[in-house]
Design a protein around this ligand. Structure first.
Ligand SMILES: [Zn+2]
Length: 304
């Protein structure tokens, strides 16, 4: 397991009171320090290149974000930049690419601890705390390396609208999401299944508010079945921890043990298929729950 993280992720500072706050990066740093103290490897991220971003974002969006460099701005109702945010968002997307490339090159699991999150960012706009779609940039990097079956499993409590739409017509990326529904951002109904050549390669499992570990266990079994059918060459996990029972934004009742079970199921199916795993963080706004779930993720994904 390789961890990719940096203290620099504290430098993206939305206005005070915003849930996607720099203290989340303190948690990343604590978990990374523990990992290092136990003999694990942690590497610094590199920024994503413009070419990497342009595989999933249009040129006008990349330019619009670049123009925010050095400025504090409001991009939508809840998406903000501070002067360092553009650099930090580039590091987040770059870390996701590094995680995917490490997994593909070595077969070893890689985990990118990043903020801002990415899965709400669309081809042409920032949205929902997200500037660039980190996991989508990583998926596109795997395609650029000649892979033709990449799975993105999104366990954040919110639906990853950006990731879904970027690959909605593309059978080379299977997008699978469990999420609270109806809920922000409004997408992710079960009948959103892909279009054209991508029909059948979007798999949404909307769950009612209040879903428990056992509801998620049922969903995990369905996710595992779909992954076995697809047999991806890379499994990317959009690891949001805001379905946790302590999370302040959502209304699910998943425990830390429940997250452990979700990740163990994904790890088991990847092992059966023989496919490497790259994990990229998304949401998770209760700091103690975030810390516990990150530790659980590391433990589950490094068990032999
Ligand atoms: Zn979320």
């Amino acid at each position: 397991m390789l961890l990719i993280s940096s203290p620099r992720f504290q430098e993206h500072t939305p206005p005070p009171g915003h849930p996607e706050r720099p203290e989340r990066a303190d948690v990343f740093d604590q978990v990374a320090a523990e990992w290092r103290d136990n003999g694990g490897r942690v590497v610094e991220p590199r920024p994503a290149t413009r070419d990497e971003l342009l595989r999933v974002h249009d040129a006008a969006h990349v330019r619009a974000i670049e123009e925010m460099n050095g400025r504090a701005a409001r991009l939508d109702a809840d998406t903000f930049t501070s002067p360092e945010s553009v650099e930090i968002a580039l590091l987040a997307a770059g870390a996701a690419v590094q995680a995917a490339e490490h997994a593909l090159d070595t077969g070893e699991t890689a985990f990118a601890l990043v903020r801002p999150p990415g899965h709400h960012a669309e081809r042409d706009r920032a949205m929902g705390f997200c500037l660039f779609n980190n996991v989508a940039v990583a998926a596109a990097a795997a395609l650029a390396r000649g892979r033709s079956r990449v799975a993105v499993v999104d366990i954040d409590v919110h639906h990853g609208n950006g990731t879904q739409w970027m690959f909605y017509s593309d059978p080379r990326v299977l997008y699978v999401s469990t999420h609270q529904f109806p809920f922000y951002p409004g997408t992710g109904a079960a009948d959103e299944t892909g279009a054209g050549a991508g029909e059948g390669f979007t798999f949404n499992l909307p769950l009612a508010a209040g879903a428990t570990d056992s509801d998620y266990a049922i969903a995990s079994a369905a996710v595992a079945l779909r992954l076995e059918q697809y047999a991806p060459e890379l499994l990317l996990i959009s690891a949001g921890y805001d379905a946790h029972e302590d999370d302040p934004l959502a209304s699910m009742r998943v425990t830390t043990g429940g997250y452990r079970a979700i990740l163990a199921s994904l790890r088991a199916v990847a092992a059966r298929i023989g496919c490497p795993i790259a994990v990229v963080t998304e949401g998770g706004y209760d700091l103690d729950a975030l810390r516990a779930c990150l530790r659980a993720t590391l433990e589950v994904l490094t068990e032999i």
